[in-house]
Structure formats: C-alpha cells, structure tokens
Design a protein around this ligand. Structure first.
Ligand SMILES: Cc1cc2nc3c(=O)[nH]c(=O)nc-3n(C[C@H](O)[C@H](O)[C@H](O)COP(=O)(O)OP(=O)(O)OC[C@H]3O[C@@H](n4cnc5c(N)ncnc54)[C@H](O)[C@@H]3O)c2cc1C
Length: 419
C-alpha cells in the first residue's frame, strides 16, 4: 500500500463523515486541533442526509418504554406496520431484542432519559452557532414536534412520559382534531388529535447542514479525504494505523464515527458490540405544494412529515434485517402511500424514495468515549433515532475527550463496555 504524505503530519483522524463525524471534526478544529475526516462518500450522505430533520431538545424518551412489549407483536405482524424484522434475521436479532426489552423498566428509562437529555440540551442553538457565517443559517427553524394519532383513546401521555417531560422542562399540550387542523391544515381528517411538544426545532435540509458544516470545517483548515477505511490498529509508537483504500495513514488519535458500520471496524480489535443497522425510509415529494408547518409524526406508521427546502419529506419506520441486506420495495411503497394518506392533497404527486441505516444500540444511547482497552480510539456512534439532533453536543464532547479535558458530566451511560 502506498503511504500518503500526510502520514508525516499526523492529524487526529475522524473516521466517518456523517453528521456526527462532521460536528466532531468541526468542534475539534475550533479547539485548535489538526483534523482529517475520512469517508468513502462525500460528507453527510448516509443516514445523516435522509432523516426527518427533527432537532428536539425535548426528545428524552427512549424507544424502549414500559408496556411496549404488548404492542410489539402487532407492530411486527402487520405487513403495513411501522416495524419489520426480516424472518431469516430473527436468530441474529434475538439477543438485541432481549436487551432492548430489559431496558424498558421505568427505573432504566429514567436513566436513559437523563443521558438523552444531556446530548440534546441546547441542540437548536448549537446548530445555529455552527451554521453562523456559512450562508445557510436559514436551514434551522423553530418548530413544534407534533405526534398525531387517529385513535382518540391514544390522545394522552403516560404518567412516566409526563414525569420526564416535566423534569426536563419540555412543554407539551394535548390538542383535539380542530386545533390540530388549525396548526396543520394539510393533515388528513382521520387524525383525531395530537400530543404537541413545543419549543423544538427542525431543519429544512439535513443533508444541506452536513454539506455546509463540512465546508466550514474545510475552510478552517480541516482535511477531507474520500476513501474506504479497511482496518484500524494500534501502532507501536503510541498512535493508530488506519488502513484505507487510498493508502495507509497514521494518527495520534482516532475518532470512530462510522455510524452503523462502526462495530464492523471494531470487531477485529476484539470488541463485540450489539449495534444494529436499523433501516428507515423516506418518501420525498419534490416541489409539492402541500405545506407542513412543523414536524408531524404519524403515531401509527411512525413516520414524520415536514416541508423541506424543496418539497415534502415523509421519513421513518424501522426495519431490522442486517446492514448488508438491500432495502425492501414493499417498505418503500408503504412509506410513499403512508405520506399520501397523511397528506391527502399530495394526491398522485411524484415521489422519490430513499433508505438508510440508523446506528442503533438496544438502550437508545450511543457509545461516546474512549473504547475500553484501546487508548486513543474514541467512539462516537450509535445515536439511533436522534443522531442529527445529538450531533453538535456529541462533537463538543469528542473535542474535550480528544484533548483530555476532564468532562464536567458523568459519561458512564455511554461507555462501550456497558452491555
Ligand atoms: C428515516 C430516518 C429518519 C430519521 N429522523 C431523524 C430525525 O428527525 N432527527 C434526528 O436527530 N435523527 C434522525 N434519524 C437518525 C439520524 O439520521 C442518525 O442517527 C444519524 O444520521 C447518524 O449519524 P452518523 O454520523 O452516526 O451516521 P451516518 O450518517 O450513517 O454516517 C456514517 C458515515 O460513515 C461512513 N463510513 C462507514 N464506514 C466507513 C468506512 N469503513 N470507511 C469510510 N467511511 C465509512 C459512511 O459512508 C457514512 O457517511 C433518522 C434516521 C432515519 C433513517
């Protein structure tokens, strides 16, 4: 393998240029660290491009909530349900599923909520600060996060949800059909009302934010390299070797932010993590004249509709089938049709489909910190449904960890050896 010149000026290397890697690279650069960011594609084109764009400081509820197990069989068995498990994948999925359910006890949910709130705190302002001066400041909007339901009996928060929202100062309101229609006139009249989270944010272009912040990083002196990272291993001189499709590199420290593929790079180092690639889909209706004023979740199909910079996007659902399996045409259609049911005025408007992998651990939290037993290798992956909104805070923490700055908060909830 050829050795690149940059070997002689080793830089802290961030592997993975999704929004988590980009925000980490930017925060490190702002702190005066020389950084190289490597991705096999252009930065920000993975899950970070296709998500629903919700940026919610108030998103503190994990996926595994008490009582969810009762709904799981129904969700899984319905072909048009929000959750799909590829039948052949069941044996591989069982250990993850059991860990997931074990974390739905209220005491555990409270711990996870605290750790989620910490990573989401101030996220809208942090994005605004990052975007300042890029010319793309308008990509962030103040927004409600509306959870709309077709079933009047589901128009409520559980006592635990209420407790956590109160604890973290998340203002919520329950509204009926009429009020929902005033907020979102384009929504189907099938919806009977919604739980509204106020004081949240959203972006008009998740991919646009990634591109703008990657450009800012480059303009500040950061290096962006396009290559496949094949292997990571510690070198004899207290640093890391990075074997890539474009040659071998060295770095004093590596930040691993390769999303759903991160565990694959750790496995040869003897680290076995229950990280799943949780496939989600979006349908994009370019140029649609339908206007969605906020982020609106269809609580039954678990997709979020919002008006983006150049059309309406409807994004969500969850599919577990392994990170190498192709997207399912049936799920693509389901999300397109789901969008049309949610927003009837979309009619037969043309739709484009996309899918991507959320990096998901059973407890809804990422790995964030030095990987146990591997000094100088800092993990920042596994942000599941919240990777966009948690990225700026994650980046700040990564910058502190790389520079050995003591954390003011207890980061043990994100340890790599917690499973
Ligand atoms: C349908 C859907 C809706 C969502 N909605 C929201 C939402 O509204 N709000 C929110 O906060 N989050 C949302 N998410 C989750 C969010 O998108 C993810 O958590 C987030 O994008 C993860 O970012 P990341 O940087 O960790 O991973 P990614 O964006 O996947 O980036 C990882 C990068 O690593 C690169 N890479 C991997 N392996 C290698 C290698 N070996 N060599 C070189 N490069 C490599 C990949 O090319 C990729 O660019 C949603 C996700 C989906 C799928």
């Amino acid at each position: 393998m050829p050795v690149r010149n940059s070997q002689f000026a080793p830089r802290v290397t961030v592997v993975g240029g999704g929004i988590v890697g980009i925000c980490s690279a930017l925060s490190l650069t702002e702190a005066g660290v020389q950084v190289r960011l490597i991705d096999r594609d252009a930065p920000g084109q993975g899950a970070s491009h296709g998500n629903a764009g919700v940026i919610g400081p108030g998103c503190v509820l994990p996926n595994a909530m008490p009582g969810l197990w009762r709904d799981l069989p129904g969700m899984l068995l319905r072909a048009d349900g929000p959750l799909r498990l590829r039948p052949g994948y069941l044996p591989r999925f069982v250990p993850f599923g059991l860990k997931f359910l074990a974390r739905s006890r209220p005491a555990r949910v409270r711990e996870v909520a605290r750790a989620m709130e910490f990573l989401n705190r101030g996220n809208v302002d942090l994005f605004r600060r990052h975007l300042a001066g890029t010319g793309q400041e308008d990509l962030i909007r103040d927004s409600y996060f509306i959870h709309a339901t077709r079933h009047a009996d589901k128009l409520k928060e559980s006592p635990l949800e209420q407790e956590l929202h109160q604890l973290y100062g998340v203002e919520t309101a329950i509204i009926g059909a009429e009020e929902l229609r005033k907020l979102e006139p384009a929504l189907s009249t099938d919806f009977k009302g919604a739980v509204v989270m106020k004081g949240q944010g959203r972006t008009l272009s998740p991919g646009g934010i990634g591109t703008a912040l990657a450009e800012k990083f480059r303009a500040m002196g950061g290096e962006i390299m396009q290559a496949d990272v094949l292997r990571l291993f510690p070198d004899d001189a207290d640093g890391w070797h990075i074997s890539t499709s474009a040659g071998d590199l060295r770095a004093p420290k590596v930040v691993l932010a390769a999303g759903a593929w991160s565990a694959r790079l750790l496995a040869p180092l003897g680290v076995d993590l229950p990280l799943e690639g949780e496939r989600g889909y979006h349908a994009f209706f370019p140029g649609a004249s339908v206007q969605v004023n906020h982020s609106v979740m269809d609580n039954e199909l678990k997709v979020v509709a919002s008006t983006m910079a150049s059309g309406v996007r409807v994004a969500g659902t969850a599919e577990f089938s392994g990170i190498d399996s192709p997207p399912s045409d049936a799920r693509r259609k389901l999300v397109i049709e789901g969008g049309r049911r949610m927003l009837p005025d979309l009619g037969k408007a043309q739709a484009r489909s996309w899918s991507g992998l959320r990096p998901t651990f059973p407890d809804s939290l990422p790995v964030l910190g030095e990987i146990k037993g591997l000094p100088g290798l800092i993990g920042a992956f596994g942000h599941s449904h919240w990777g966009l909104m948690m990225a700026p805070r994650t980046g700040q923490i990564v910058a502190d960890l790389v520079r050995g700055k003591p954390a003011n908060e207890d980061l043990s909830a994100y340890r790599s050896d917690r499973f």
